[in-house]
Design a protein around this ligand. Structure first.
Ligand code: HEC
Ligand code: HEC
Ligand code: HEC
Ligand code: HEC
Ligand code: HEC
Ligand code: HEC
Length: 394
């Protein structure tokens, strides 16, 4: 579904990595913790390690699209019709069926003949779901045969092909068996937590690992062992004010106490304290931008450009004026907006845990724009109506 840039092979950003290592994960002030921990790297624990102390965030995240970004294929997670449904694409008849509780797709193989593939994972939930099947060499591949999950009344509940108009045959670089549809290489970093591609050049195989298969707590908050150690050490009534980072590797909640408020007569709210850090937006941008990864070694809290080359706002990926055209490239356009310049951040509008908007309809915008002055139509430069995103995306 995504137009992806070529990933540059893992260039070790030696200088950057060294600086990050030297600066370490914690600051000296975290004196509650064992002194050895100041030299230890934090490790990933998984969301269950957060539950005991953060039930609210845990519950909010459960069932969010981040939580559902990738799931093992089961009767609960597979949304498509696998009741011997068939789909014809340029003469190739694919069939979707179940056997012994597993889900299978019979479709064209690398050599062109039809072959059965067991569905290992689902990918995405709305407005479509894709399916991952295994090929040799530790590869998972995303099939272009997608299930439209929208209600029937909106044209959904049907199989369709990602490239309906071109006959994509084996050998074509867009064929599902090729590199562009290879999950390990083209998709995994953004849909899972703590992902390492594990590509071995000499054998041309992948040994891909992850700590959680979907976008979980530590995808955003970074490895949590240092924080849990801090919390357990600090005990009952622990307060972040006691220790600057509380063992976390990235500071996501705003620490400057800035609040949006209207000055008398002003049409737009201003932030009480000008924003000085962009940590959050840069963290979201890792997955919500059109970019190529420069390294496998992502560091939470480091500037996005240390690890990724973010695409310029060029056609055909963006509208000529820089607005979002393709689906997950929010960041690039947002950077250009006056809202970003004024210090607006993703979570002013989106709750990061549910991944839902903080308010519905105009109420979202009225947090900062006076209803009397504000008119969506006059602001949006593109004709389609409906919700308008960060950059006036409509
Ligand atoms: C043993 C209890 C405990 C566990 C387990 C725990 N935390 Fe915390 N967490 C705390 C405490 C205490 C605070 C500080 C709360 C405060 O200052 O109000 C905190 C604060 C936070 C904050 C806010 C930090 C800030 O800058 O304001 C984040 C984010 C966070 N935890 C994430 C996590 C994640 C992710 C996990 C799982 C990997 C986790 N926590 C596990 C106790 C815990
Ligand atoms: C590790 C990658 C990753 C990070 C980091 C990340 N996201 Fe996402 N986000 C995704 C993926 C993948 C999806 C789509 C999941 C799906 O639909 O299956 C998504 C979906 C969303 C959606 C759409 C939810 C919906 O209901 O359709 C919103 C909004 C969103 N993310 C906001 C954010 C914000 C805000 C941040 C930063 C605070 C963030 N994301 C950080 C990967 C990420
Ligand atoms: C740069 C990070 C990134 C990469 C790489 C990526 N995705 Fe996504 N994906 C996202 C985000 C972000 C969303 C949510 C977009 C939205 O809701 O607008 C998403 C959503 C989806 C969805 C849900 C349906 C939808 O359109 O919202 C599917 C299916 C999907 N991606 C499949 C894939 C496949 C297959 C690949 C590899 C060929 C891939 N993605 C690679 C970030 C990524
Ligand atoms: C998509 C990214 C993302 C994911 C996934 C995520 N968080 Fe957060 N979290 C954030 C951001 C950004 C903030 C700060 C902004 C805010 O609170 O709205 C935050 C804030 C927090 C806080 C501090 C809340 C407060 O009121 O100060 C805690 C605790 C926390 N997260 C725990 C978790 C836990 C536990 C999970 C997993 C169940 C989780 N988060 C998953 C991005 C994320
Ligand atoms: C000024 C408010 C605002 C800001 C800031 C904002 N967004 Fe959005 N975003 C929206 C609105 C409104 C929508 C449209 C939702 C809809 O159509 O249901 C949206 C849609 C999205 C979607 C697609 C969700 C879907 O349902 O398909 C993603 C992903 C997303 N935003 C991520 C981000 C990220 C990442 C950032 C920060 C870089 C960000 N947004 C900043 C308001 C905002
Ligand atoms: C958290 C506060 C906040 C929220 C919420 C918010 N805005 Fe803004 N918006 C601003 C600020 C601040 C500016 C910059 C005003 C200036 O520079 O004069 C701005 C500017 C704009 C602009 C000017 C063009 C540009 O480049 O950014 C548009 C359009 C806009 N907002 C639309 C919206 C829409 C639509 C929503 C609801 C989806 C929304 N805003 C929600 C704070 C906000």
């Amino acid at each position: 579904m995504h137009r992806l840039q070529q990933h540059t092979p893992c260039l070790a950003l030696v200088a950057t990595a060294t600086i990050l290592l030297l600066s370490g994960c914690w600051r000296e002030d975290v004196s509650h913790t064992d002194t050895t921990s100041s030299t230890q790297e934090s490790t990933y624990l998984g969301r269950d390690a957060c539950l005991a102390c953060h039930q609210a965030e845990f519950d909010a995240h459960a069932g969010s699209h981040h939580d559902l970004a990738m799931q093992p294929a089961t009767a609960e997670t597979v949304l498509g019709d696998f009741d011997n449904a068939e789909f014809v694409y340029f003469g190739v008849v694919s069939r979707f069926f179940t056997r012994d509780g597993n889900f299978y797709i019979k479709t064209d193989s690398p050599d062109g003949g039809l072959r059965e593939y067991r569905v290992e994972y689902t990918f995405g939930v709305d407005p479509l779901q894709q399916y991952l099947v295994a090929l040799p060499g530790g590869r998972l591949q995303a099939l272009p045969l997608c299930w439209d999950t929208r209600p029937r009344a909106e044209g959904g509940q049907r199989w369709f092909h990602l490239y309906p108009d071109e006959a994509i045959l084996p050998g074509d670089e867009l064929h599902w068996t090729g590199r562009n549809q290879n999950w390990n290489f083209s998709c995994a970093e953004c849909h899972s937590t703590n992902l390492h591609k594990g590509y071995d050049l000499s054998t041309d195989t992948f040994h891909t690992t992850w700590s959680e298969v979907d976008v979980s707590c530590e995808a955003c908050h970074g490895p949590g062992s240092g924080h849990v150690a801090w919390a357990e050490e600090a005990g009952e009534g622990a307060n972040k004010a006691d220790a600057l980072d509380a063992g976390l590797v990235i500071n996501l909640p705003d620490e400057d106490g800035g609040k949006w408020r209207f000055l008398p007569g002003a049409p737009t709210a201003v932030r009480s304290t000008p924003r000085s850090v962009r940590t959050e937006v840069e963290m979201c941008a890792r997955c919500h931008s059109l970019r190529a990864a420069l390294t496998d070694e992502y560091q939470h809290g480091a500037p996005i450009l240390d690890s990724h080359r973010v695409s310029l706002l060029t056609a055909p990926e963006y509208f000529p004026d820089g607005q979002v055209l393709e689906e997950d490239y929010v960041y690039g356009s947002f950077l250009q907006s006056r809202m970003y310049a004024a210090g607006v951040t993703c979570t002013d509008c989106h709750d990061p845990h549910t991944a839902q908007l903080r308010a519905t309809g105009d109420a979202l915008c009225f947090q900062c724009h006076q209803p009397t002055v504000f008119g969506v139509e006059s602001h949006s430069r593109h004709p389609s109506a409906g919700g308008v995103d960060s950059a006036g995306r409509s």
